[in-house]
Design a protein around this ligand. Sequence first.
Ligand code: NAP
Length: 243
Amino acid sequence: MKILILGGTGEGRALAEKLAGDHNVVTSLAGATSSVLKIAGEVRVGGFGGEDGLADYLNQKKIEKLIDATHPFAAQMTDHAVKACVKTNTPYLRLDRPAWTMPPDAKVVFVSDMAEAARLVARTSRSAFLTIGQKGLENFQGLDSVKLLVRAIEGFDSNLKLENVTYVSARPPFALNAEISLMQLHQIDTLVSKASGGEATRAKLDGAAKIGARIILTRRPPSPDGERVFNVKDAVAWISKTP
Ligand code: NAP
C-alpha cells in the first residue's frame, strides 16, 4: 500500500520505521531544519502549495492513505491535509500527542499566543527559558530587563534583536536531570513553551516544577475532526483495518 506520512516529528519517524518494511511509505517534511535524522522509506521535502497542491500530489502519486503525524502546532498543514483528503477521498488519520498532565506542584499559566507569553515574561520574569522553536521568538525582542535562554534544534535568525540572550541548540528527547541542571545554571524562574504534549519534551515541565519556576504554555490548536490515535501502534493497526 502507498502511504503518505506528514512528518517533522519523532512520532512520524517512528511510524515510518514500523511501516516501511511492509508498505511503500513516503514521509513529507516541510524543510524547516537542514539536518534531519535518518527516516525509513522515501522522504520528500518542501510544501505542497496549499490544500490543492496536496490534493494533486495525492492523486499523482496514487497515495492510498495519509497519516498526519505533524506537530500539534502545525495547524495549517493539518487543515490542508484534512481538506485535501476529503477532496480526493483519501483516508486520513491524525497521529496526535497525548496532552501533558501537569506536575502536581507546578505553577502553570496558559496563554493564547506568544505575544501574551512575552508580555507576561516582561512583567514577571528575570530569567526565562524559551523552548518555543523559531516561530514566535520575535515577540521577545526588546525585553532588556530579562535574561533569555533560547533552545531550538538549529539555526537562529540573526535578524532577531533579542537582548541578554544565550542560545542552545539541542534535539529532543531531554532527560530530567539535564533539564534541571540547565535551568539551575541559568537561574531560570520561568519556562515558556507550547503545550505540545508527548513524552520527548515533558522533562522540562517536571524540571521547572522541581526548581519552582513558573511554566507559561500556549494552548494547543484544536485537533481536527475525524479519526485520531495517540500512539504509533494504533496508527499501524489503522492501516490494516481501514479499507
Ligand atoms: P504549518 O504552519 O502548519 O505549515 C506551514 C506550511 O508549511 C504548510 O502550509 C505547508 O506548506 C508546509 N508544511 C508544513 N509541514 C509540512 C510537511 N510535513 N510536509 C510538507 N510541507 C509542510 O507548520 P509549521 O508549524 O511551520 O511546522 C513545519 C514542520 O515542522 C511540520 O512538519 C511540523 O511537524 C514540524 N514541527 C513543527 C513544530 C511547531 O512548533 N510548529 C515543532 C516541531 C516540529 P504548503 O501549504 O505549501 O503545503
